[in-house]
Design a protein around this ligand. Structure first.
Ligand code: SF4
Length: 499
């Protein structure tokens, strides 16, 4: 059994009855939606036509929201409905990044994720979903796609149907008949500063002030709010994690190379690793809508979610940092059976986020094949920068570390330019890259990230290699540059509209 929907836009009159019936059936709060009707207009006056698109969860057979959900709050039922359990949700919003269709929202009352669940409670007792019952045009058909005699199967078998973003491989079970194709390609619609009967949410405007306004496309005239789920706390989490991982990664390399700085490498490195790992975890927890349920990551964890795997990696890394510090406080160098596992876990802690971002399937920019290597290099730069700063401030010595920082900055510059200039991903990923290089984020990208965070520190170190002041200034700039890149990477990834 595989329940699915078909929405016939040859019949839909855009009356919003389905939206209202859904809100009534599920007590959906004001400002969030399980199903909504989007309006676009095409053509030029007087030859203009308005088109409707009824949008909701696609009950994907291969649902990325289920894979990324760290606590199995989202799950696929035996009848094919993708349902959710608000009691398990920790409000991490990762499902909102994984869903390519913008189907999920955070319920402002429970602070947990929610979406269309096909009115599973009605289906179980033989009733049809509320939106199907209320539609005055019988434009919504719900039924079993595995039953060849069902209405939906017969209509789907006739062909001439569309699904949203089939290239995502999610195998949606929401089919459209007679829909205007532009409604299926949200990044190809021209946005406006405000909507019919509605304001736009803060943070929604990056894309509409960019290239969309320059193209002669369908105009989006009515939609629901789509504020970006992740913000500054996730930027801070990425930044703190780069430092946490980098200090032992670089510290381990220096010890392996025979670098003699016991106070710096025996004590300060592991202490900084522990402090920034703790900060990373606290930032992650503070970004949860239900921080009180943080421990569900371990008690109800989904082993396929990189949020859960990352939690274990950070835990293991923290443990090796404790062991390292234990030897350090007794004035001893950590043994190799501590150093190399710590270095390996440092790399894992730095890089696992790339796999989490790949699970965020809705965000095309974040599918970058360079991001994993970029995170490792960022960790190296951040570790060298923090150790250099600490060494210079506490021991007035910065020998060796400027060379490591220089190599890290050169690699960082190469991979940063590769991220934006080497073609990868689909059309939407290319659009997001253009936002970085030519669009609304170009000033921050070229100014703060590339010039201020990479080129300027490289120039300072190259011109004054032995000057403590300039090497510490370079380290501070490099850390600021990592923050700047993480900030615009998070913004650009979420700038392309999903629906
Ligand atoms: Fe629904 Fe989105 Fe999950 Fe697909 S990925 S099942 S559309 S919430």
């Amino acid at each position: 059994m595989r329940y699915g929907f078909l929405i016939d836009h040859n019949r839909c009159i855009g009356c919003h009855a389905c939206t209202v019936a859904c809100k009534e059936e599920h007590d959906v709060p004001v400002g969030v939606y399980r199903t909504w009707v989007k309006y676009i207009e095409k053509g030029r006056y007087p030859d203009v036509r308005r088109h409707f698109g009824v949008l909701r969860c696609n009950h994907c057979d291969n649902a990325p929201c289920i894979e990324i959900c760290p606590t199995v709050a989202l799950f696929r039922r035996a009848d094919g409905i993708v349902d959710f359990d608000g009691e398990r949700c920790i409000g991490c919003k990762s499902c909102m990044q994984a869903c390519p269709y913008d189907a999920l929202y955070i319920d402002p009352r429970s602070n947990t994720a929610a979406k269309c669940n096909f009115c599973a409670h009605r289906v179980e007792v033989g009733l049809e979903p509320a939106c199907v019952i209320v539609c005055p045009e019988q434009a919504i058909v719900a039924g079993d796609l595995d039953d060849a005699s069902s209405d939906i199967s017969r209509i789907v078998a006739r062909g001439k149907i569309d699904v949203r973003k089939p290239e995502k491989g999610t195998r949606p079970k929401l089919f459209y008949a007679g829909i205007e194709p532009d409604l299926l390609r949200p990044a190809r619609m021209r946005s406006q500063d405000a909507h019919l009967w509605g304001d736009k949410a803060a943070g929604e405007d990056i894309y509409c002030t960019g290239e969309r306004s320059a193209e002669n496309l369908a105009t989006e005239v009515y939609d629901v709010p789509h504020a970006p789920p992740w913000g500054r706390k996730i930027v801070a989490y990425l930044w703190a994690k780069s430092i946490a991982a980098g200090v032992l990664f670089v510290g381990g390399l220096l010890l392996g190379l025979g670098y003699d700085a016991p106070r710096l490498l025996f004590v300060l490195s592991p202490a900084a690793a522990l402090a920034f790992t703790a900060a990373t975890l606290l930032l992650l927890i503070s970004d949860l809508k239900r921080p009180d349920r943080f421990y569900y990551l371990f008690t109800r964890g989904n082993p396929r979610s990189w949020l859960v795997i990352g939690g274990y990696i950070l835990g293991g890394y923290g443990f090796t940092a404790c062991l390292w510090l234990f030897f350090g406080v007794f004035g001893k160098s950590p043994p190799s059976w501590v150093i190399w596992p710590a270095v390996f876990l440092a790399l894992a802690a730095a890089g696992y986020t790339a796999f989490l971002f790949v699970q965020a399937k809705g965000r095309d920019l974040w599918q970058s094949p360079f991001f994993f290597w970029h995170l490792l290099i960022q960790a190296g730069v951040a570790g060298a920068a923090v150790l250099l700063l600490a060494n210079a401030i506490m021991f007035a010595d910065a020998a060796s570390l400027p060379a490591i920082l220089t190599v890290g900055l050169i690699l960082d510059l190469i991979v940063t330019l590769a991220e934006v200039f080497v073609a990868h991903g689909n059309e939407d990923a290319a659009r997001a890259r253009r936002i970085l290089t030519q669009g609304a984020l170009a000033g921050e990208f070229w100014g703060w990230s590339v010039s201020g965070g990479l080129l300027l520190p490289l120039v300072l170190i190259a011109l004054w290699p032995d000057a403590l002041f300039f090497s510490t200034a370079s380290a501070a700039l490099a850390l600021a540059g990592i923050w700047a890149f993480d900030d615009i990477w998070i913004k650009a990834g979420q700038a392309i509209p999903l629906s």
